[in-house]
Design a protein around this ligand. Structure first.
Ligand SMILES: *[C@@H]1O[C@H](CO)[C@@H](O)[C@H](O)[C@H]1NC(C)=O
Ligand SMILES: *[C@@H]1O[C@H](CO)[C@@H](O)[C@H](O)[C@H]1NC(C)=O
Ligand SMILES: *[C@@H]1O[C@H](CO)[C@@H](O)[C@H](O)[C@H]1NC(C)=O
Ligand SMILES: *[C@@H]1O[C@H](CO)[C@@H](O)[C@H](O)[C@H]1NC(C)=O
Ligand SMILES: *[C@@H]1O[C@H](CO)[C@@H](O)[C@H](O)[C@H]1NC(C)=O
Length: 553
């Protein structure tokens, strides 16, 4: 055990420790170090290095590594073992490669997974089931399901479907569709897409995936975003299209993003910026940040500098173009997380190299927050750093309390604890500045809310705020999906800023202010596919803890 296990970050402390000189201080002033946000260790050992992570509507976190990795650091319960003659490492394997983690209690429960999930894909379905697809070898066309349960239940586990996908899906991306099915796009040496559950016929050829297959195969884990008009934005390498998946039609080819490749193994990240009720959810902006320099993967020994830019494009414009912006910190393998205050957090990764086994150097320990509505040139704020590098095979997921959970990092073929960058079993939490107790006087608490709501309906919630808001009509309601995060991309991540009516003051007696707020649910499954969402009330950019709201079709 080292003393770092009790670490709770304070930026000034860390800065003071590592950097003393005036020159350095000046350099950081230019970079706008605001020393925001804080860090907490949630667990010093969850037993596995989570390569794939997703937060269920019970609040548990499902973590997955791969099965053919040999020993993990946690065994299956009650002497249970997996006897899979096809496993490449352990045909008699008593280790768990997936766990359920409860951030509040810190409890870890090992889960049983049969086929190999290495570099697989996934997404939650309409009923909150995590549907998980592909992987390597025995799992390459597998479909698995995890129906989540309460912490006190403790019995839910993975199940494998009898049905298989048509094609091999290793490094594919999934997107939940309005009809409750999933589209699964691409994979290694895979230029097709298909649907889950499988539709009759076969996989569908998508030319974009073949056209973007360069000498490093920088077309994997493509960025797939469901647009409010029902089409898909699909991005691979540096190119993107608007695709009508119902008719198998490429409707538009969008301009090539300047700079480096942005998808795996070059590994930038991507979000669709929050959709706004104010414009009828009609305007869509895609943000893509970071990535490895072309060649960094083919020549890992060169440890080439990562990209230091983001591209932003209004894909709903008739003649869109990428607007490039400079990040204060270079980064590949960054994870982009939409926060309820409308900022995008960019976290994890490295300043040199690419994805792969020991291919990266210079961990990017400082997250940055990007304010999409800020003045150009002043949109990034550098946050306080962690001390735990999160490189290849690490993840970042928003939790309902508004913090971000960081898990994994394993740049090795096996669990390795004697190297510069060890297999990482610790789980941390990054608390954005809005979670500071300085803002508790603004923090809204949702005291009553419906469990579910249909599309295009009005729903009413009750919110309590410790002090009377200056402008009551600035209380926002936002929905955030819970994505499946792997390889620097959160599959199915989306955020909606809902329409709300003027809050009605119900009670101002007991030292706090209670409001009734009527919000309008998203108008359609294209805007928000039926699923569980985190509903946040946000007062002056300060969110309270979310409640889970199921949008039903
Ligand atoms: C996990 O790692 C710790 C520390 O190295 C070790 O003591 C323990 O036996 C390991 N547990 C398993 C199940 O491998
Ligand atoms: C599906 O298409 C692949 C080529 O992409 C082909 O090899 C395979 O035979 C087809 N399967 C069926 C059932 O038609
Ligand atoms: C889908 O469209 C592509 C061209 O974009 C074509 O090559 C392919 O055959 C089509 N597949 C089906 C099933 O229609
Ligand atoms: C780490 O341990 C492994 C297996 O025990 C060994 O093969 C490897 O050489 C060690 N590496 C270093 C840097 O000591
Ligand atoms: C929701 O409320 C608005 C404003 O009062 C009203 O115009 C609209 O008809 C309501 N929608 C439904 C589905 O009741």
């Amino acid at each position: 055990m080292d003393s770092l296990h009790t670490f709770s970050a304070s930026g000034t402390h860390t800065w003071g420790k590592h950097f003393g000189s005036l020159v350095v201080v000046i350099a950081f002033t230019i970079l706008q170090v605001n020393g925001q946000g804080s860090w907490k260790l949630l667990s010093d050992n969850v037993g596995i290095a989570s390569m794939h992570t997703a937060v269920t509507h019970y609040g548990s976190v499902i973590m997955l590594d791969r099965t053919n990795i040999g020993p993990s650091n946690i065994t299956l319960p009650k002497g249970r073992c997996r006897n899979n003659p096809d496993d490449l490492m352990l045909k008699h394997d008593c280790y768990a490669h997936s766990v359920e983690f409860w951030p509040k209690s810190g409890r870890v429960r090992p889960l049983f997974i049969w086929s190999d999930t290495w570099c697989s894909s996934g997404q939650f379905g309409a009923d909150g089931t995590l549907v998980q697809t592909g992987g390597d070898y025995t799992g390459i066309s597998a479909i698995r399901r995890f129906v989540p349960c309460a912490e006190s239940d403790g019995k839910c586990d993975w199940k494998e479907d009898k049905a298989k996908m048509y094609e091999h899906r290793w490094y594919a991306s999934n997107q939940l569709l309005p009809d409750g099915t999933f589209i699964v796009v691409g994979g290694r040496a895979q230029f097709t897409l298909e649907f889950v559950p499988p539709k009759s016929g076969n996989a569908t050829y998508l030319p974009l995936l073949e056209e973007t297959n360069d000498f490093q195969a920088d077309n994997m884990y493509p960025f797939v975003h469901l647009l409010p008009d029902g089409n898909l934005f699909i991005f691979a390498n540096r190119d993107s299209i608007i695709y009508d998946y119902k008719k198998n039609l490429t409707l538009r080819k969008l301009p090539r993003i300047p700079g480096t490749p942005r998808s795996y193994p070059s590994a930038g990240s991507s979000v669709m910026l929050p959709l706004q009720a104010g414009d009828g959810f009609s305007r869509v902006e895609i943000l893509i940040c970071g990535g490895a320099q072309l060649g960094a993967w083919a020549h890992p020994e060169r440890k080439l500098s990562a990209a230091n830019d983001c591209g932003r494009m209004v894909v709903t414009d008739p003649d869109p173009e990428w607007i490039m912006e400079k990040m204060p910190i270079r980064r590949n393998m960054g994870d982009m997380v939409l926060l309820p205050n409308h900022h995008t957090l960019i976290i994890n990764g490295a300043k040199r190299g690419s994805q792969g086994w020991g291919f990266a150097e210079d961990p990017a320990l400082h997250p940055v927050e990007y304010d999409p509505y800020g003045t150009p040139g002043y949109r990034f704020t550098i946050m306080n750093p962690t001390f735990i590098p999160r490189l290849y095979h690490s993840t970042a997921n928003l939790l309902p309390d508004g913090s971000v959970l960081l898990a994994g990092s394993n740049t090795h073929q096996f669990y390795t604890f004697n190297d510069t960058y060890n297999t990482e079993l610790r789980v941390e939490q990054f608390l954005p500045e809005y979670l500071s107790s300085d803002y508790d006087y603004l923090r809204p608490v949702i005291t009553e809310s419906p469990k579910s709501v249909g599309h295009g309906e009005n729903f009413t919630i009750t919110v309590t705020i410790p002090s009377r808001p200056l402008f009551e009509n600035q209380i926002e309601l936002v929905l955030l999906s819970s994505p499946f995060t792997t390889h620097s991309y959160s599959q199915g991540q989306r955020m909606l800023n809902l329409g709300v009516e003027e809050p009605i003051l119900l009670d101002a007696d007991s030292g706090s202010y209670s409001y009734q707020i009527t919000g309008r649910s998203p108008p359609s499954g294209n805007v928000a596919p039926a699923a569980y969402y985190m509903l946040f009330a946000v007062n002056y950019h300060v969110p309270g803890e979310a409640v889970w709201l199921q949008i039903v079709a």
